[in-house]
Design a binder for this molecule. Sequence first.
Ligand code: PMP
Length: 409
Amino acid sequence: MSELLERERATLAERTRASERMFRRAERSLAGGVASSYQRLEPWPVYLTRGEGARVWDVDGNEYLDFHNGFSAMVQGHAHPAITAAVTARQRLGTHFGLPTEEAVDVAENLSFRFGFPRWRFTNSGTESVMDAIRVARAHTGRDEVVKIAGAYHGHADVTMVSVGSEPGAWGAGIPESTVAQVRAVPFNDADAMATTLAEAPPACVIMEAARTNAGLVLPEPGYLEAVRDATRATGTVLIFDEVKTGLTIAAGGAVERFGVRPDMVTLAKSLGGGLPTGAIGMTEELAALVEDGSVHHVGTYNGNPLGMAAARANLLEVLTPEAYEHLERLGERMAVGVGPGAIALGSKGCVHRDRRDPERSELIWTWLANRGILTTPGREQEWNVTVAHDEAAVDRYVEVFGELASEL
Ligand code: PMP
């Protein structure tokens, strides 16, 4: 395997010389040559120029079928005509006022319909949505502590960076000890651990994904979410489902619809904005009252930005239709069946599970696919995301190239 990886690395380097040049230039002004450390790749990042539908192109002119989709944010596919038209029209009318526009009302109404939450607020990212939702929960309960799932990622705010990854301290430098002390982590799919932890000392909230992503894809076991709901209710704990990844991608109404368990709040981002930075928080009337009466400051210059909201409105009303969800479901199934044992799909997303301690294998798969024109999310899990713009041929190509690697190995 090491030999094969060496060969594939060399091929990748050869295919991405313009990216290498861009990286050498970039690292002189951009820390690490990238805008976010998650964009860093070895030996250098692949710099892209454009995307259309299911495809993207890099600075070397290589074409890729895109299963990365901007860390799963682009469930619409790239440069979707409806979203492009909406953004262009709004751009001509002014893109930012710091006063509300009708787009924000339309988006809130549509999200209420999809998720069944009566009140919404907007943010600019998943991190902001989660950070602000936790603040509302803290205000509501008068408690500081946050319970999360061990290792889970909920964005880069201090409090949610605690217990990211499996190693203690994997969350890196700069997180205050006092913040670390406010977070307790429990394993996913362990209803007893959750109930015990909450009963010992009820926290402000439980922040969790209803189905775990960012660590492969782990579905909730039957009864688990119901048990978490009971335990949170019994202890007066606010239950927040982080739907930054699952919202709008695994069903029209995200995990709330798919699994039928209703939290007190949901957080959205990624697929909401059709490629523009937007996020949202859905709340019960009781929790929203804290925002409405001014007890909790939920603020932000760009919250509900008209450009992002115009994109979100077109996305929700014109792109992510019932037919779109049928399409995503069908393609996801086709991927899982094609890739074979160890593959799991949930709506538009899926992955191949394997041993998390095997980074060499993960790098080999990523590099092998990239060298054959298939872009996936880098990381230890071979995560894929299909979009409205993908078709069966795109899925079959992934399956074919993946199969070739299996034979080679
Ligand atoms: N929550 C989850 C579950 C996520 O996967 C992410 C991003 N990968 C975030 C929150 C943070 O979102 P953002 O990167 O937009 O801040």
